[in-house]
Design a binder for this molecule. Structure first.
Ligand code: TMP
Length: 240
């Protein structure tokens, strides 16, 4: 990157965002901090920032090559990335291919049931409310996005799902569910932003169904770092 890094703009639970001398670019720092249950459970996962930086970089490059525009510009070093400056649409866009997590709990379902077609959930990104589930009408009435944007975001989410399901299956992993965030460029165009990593996906080993994601931290299953290392290793051999 030619631009210089300027002051910190924001610190989230997993990343810090810095301004740069280029008004169109931000500089991201991936942290080792891990939280779950809306910040109630806090911890650290050794080198998570390093692994999620590389995992997200590999995945965002793969998605860009396959026609999903996103904010990724370059990975600078172990923990840092340059990305396009966007305004994040305050939604967590979740796709579920199998029951797990909050859906399994809310509906009293066992985990791992196939969902056909996949289920799209929207949550309102508001920490103080615990990111409540909302629907298309809420999004439009609250003016979080226009009706056309909701359609576009939904189509992007399904397209990302198809591409990620294929990629992860080639890595011997089942994509159970995942969350993405969408950003608005100054032009108004919508692009994929934030990260895609074992923090934001549920990934099960296709042979053993072992959990290979942040559920190992959420549920104290042990061997958390090892799961992230294994996901990175498989993605590298598929993509790098
Ligand atoms: P959920 O089952 O807890 O609703 O999570 C669905 C998916 O979204 C799962 O892959 C984890 C991811 N997720 C995040 O990335 N951030 C969050 O804050 C939450 C609650 C879930």
């Amino acid at each position: 990157m030619d631009a210089q890094v300027l002051e910190q703009l924001y610190e989230g639970k997993a990343k810090k965002v810095f301004k740069t001398t280029d008004p169109d670019l931000y500089y991201l720092e991936y942290k080792d901090d891990a939280t779950a249950f809306n910040g109630e459970k806090k911890g650290q996962i050794h080198d998570k920032g390093v692994m999620n930086n590389e995992i997200t970089s590999l995945i965002f490059e793969y998605l860009a090559k396959n026609g999903v525009p996103n904010h990724f510009v370059e990975r600078v070093d172990d923990r840092h990335q340059v990305v396009k400056k966007v305004t994040i649409v305050p939604l967590e866009v979740i796709i579920r291919n199998r029951t797990a997590g909050s859906m399994a709990k809310r509906l009293g379902l066992e985990e791992g049931l196939l969902l056909e077609p996949p289920v799209l959930d929207f949550c309102y990104k508001k920490d103080e409310l615990g990111d409540p589930l909302i629907n298309n009408d809420h999004i439009i009435a609250l003016k979080l996005a226009t009706p056309d944007e909701v359609k576009e975001i939904s189509a992007m989410a399904y397209r990302i799902n198809a591409l990620l399901q294929k990629l992860f299956l080639e890595c011997g992993l089942i994509l159970v569910d995942f969350k993405v965030e969408i950003g608005r460029l100054p032009s108004g165009a919508l692009i994929l932003a934030d990260e895609i990593s074992p923090d934001t996906c549920r990934l099960w080993d296709a042979k053993t169904l072992e959990k290979m994601d942040k559920d190992r931290f959420r549920r104290d299953l042990g061997r958390v770092e090892e799961a992230y290392i294994e996901v990175l290793k498989r993605l590298r051999s598929e993509l790098a």
